[in-house]
Write a protein of this length. Structure first.
Length: 390
């Protein structure tokens, strides 16, 4: 009889053959506006007190782009995701930024590219090594039959798509020991892109992550909880090293904390950012077009967005709704709904005459990340391979 491990190995090898490389890095020139987008440049409002503001829409969406044997028959829905966002872009009603997770298969990559967003930044590739080192071993023993092979067969599956220029990229996978079960087959991690929004005097840092699953990892709770804790700490170190405090930050993705108060409490201890669900539940000024039940609706979903203030530009969510949830005009095309948040960016005083691009160039001069590069040999100027400091 052929052992389960051999069958697993054969299945995974065949599945890997269908995995696609993440999209190549591309971007508009700094300060550019996509001429193919019906939305045009964002409007800047000026209040009576002289405060300036604008809005951006950010969607986080796990597109279920898994390859066989994990999934089959996903090509049609993944193509529909690409067409839907492309059509919304042409109408000027698409999100300004999309944080994609599970972009693993060739069909998933094609779907993301087909959206037509002019700026794309991908997360860690399959072979990218982490700068982090997890000293503590996870509880229990590694199980080859549960995917803990010691090698990654897939990339991180992360992509940030934007209609604004991407002026800097940092990316790192979680460390080899910061994973449990079948999650270890992909090189999960985080990617951070700095966006230049025309008229805003500072860049916007936007990070996208996908963290270790619970039941889907197929290992004991103590083991997958420990992996999630380790990733929480590595994400904390990454953001501490990569964020620019003068910029507002948005952190979104699939956090795999649904129905797990223990995971959520540990995460918030290390990431005391604003949580969109929590902020909007408590403030009538934030329009909520979602069905939220109970006192903690953030525990009813894997898909979340957090936000942090910048010292030069402030940020608050002002509206939140679902996309791709099966409602009229919003087809259900994945096992996740999309979470769309509208943020207001505000600041005092006019933008510098040379615009945000001059400000970003100034920060590069003091060692901040420069323009992103595709995975592979990374130039020292990108700043995304040095060890965390501070």
């Amino acid at each position: 009889m052929i052992s389960g491990r051999i069958l697993l190995g054969v299945a995974l090898t065949l599945g890997l053959a269908g995995c696609g490389s993440l999209p190549r890095f591309r971007t508009l020139p700094c300060g550019g506006v996509d001429v193919g987008d019906g939305g045009g440049a964002p409007a800047i409002e000026v209040s009576a007190s002289g405060e300036r503001s604008t809005t951006i829409d950010v969607l986080t969406y796990n597109i279920e782009g898994l390859q066989w044997p994990a999934r089959s028959g996903r090509g049609r829905d993944l193509a529909a995701i690409g067409r839907t966002l492309r059509d919304l872009r042409a109408a000027g009603t698409a999100p300004d930024v999309v944080l994609f997770q599970e972009v693993f298969s060739r069909a998933a990559v094609r779907g993301v590219v087909a959206t037509g967003y002019p700026s794309l930044a991908s997360g860690p590739s399959r072979t990218r090594r982490s700068v982090y080192s997890q000293d503590d071993r996870l509880p229990g023993r590694a199980k080859l039959a549960k995917g803990e092979l010691g090698v990654r067969l897939m990339s991180s599956g992360l992509v940030i798509a934007s209609r604004f220029a991407i002026t800097g990229v940092a990316r790192d996978p979680y460390s080899r020991r910061a994973c449990a079960g079948f999650d270890c087959l992909s090189n999960k991690g985080v990617v951070l892109a700095t966006l230049a929004v025309p008229g805003v005097p500072e860049g916007i840092d936007i990070a996208n992550t996908h963290m270790n699953a619970r039941k889907a990892s197929k290992v004991a709770p103590a083991r997958h909880r420990a992996a999630h804790r380790a990733q929480t700490r590595e994400l904390e170190a990454f953001l501490a090293a990569r964020r620019t405090l003068s910029r507002p930050m948005i952190l979104g993705g699939d956090f795999n904390m649904r129905r797990s108060p223990a995971r959520f409490d540990d995460f918030r201890l290390h990431h005391p950012f604003g949580l969109v669900h929590e902020y909007c539940q408590a403030r009538a000024a934030c329009a909520v077009s979602l069905s939220w039940d109970g006192d903690a609706p953030w525990l009813d979903t894997q898909d979340l967005q957090f936000f942090a203030q910048g010292t030069r530009v402030r940020i608050v969510p002002i509206a939140v709704r679902a996309m791709f949830d099966g409602a009229p005009g919003s087809p259900k095309l994945s096992d996740h709904d999309g979470l769309l948040v509208r943020y207001r960016l505000s600041w005092t005083g006019a933008a510098p005459a040379a615009g945000v691009c001059a400000r970003i160039a100034e920060l590069r001069g003091v060692g901040r990340p420069a323009a992103g590069q595709p995975d592979g040999p990374t130039r020292a100027t990108t700043g995304d391979r040095s060890a965390p400091t501070g």
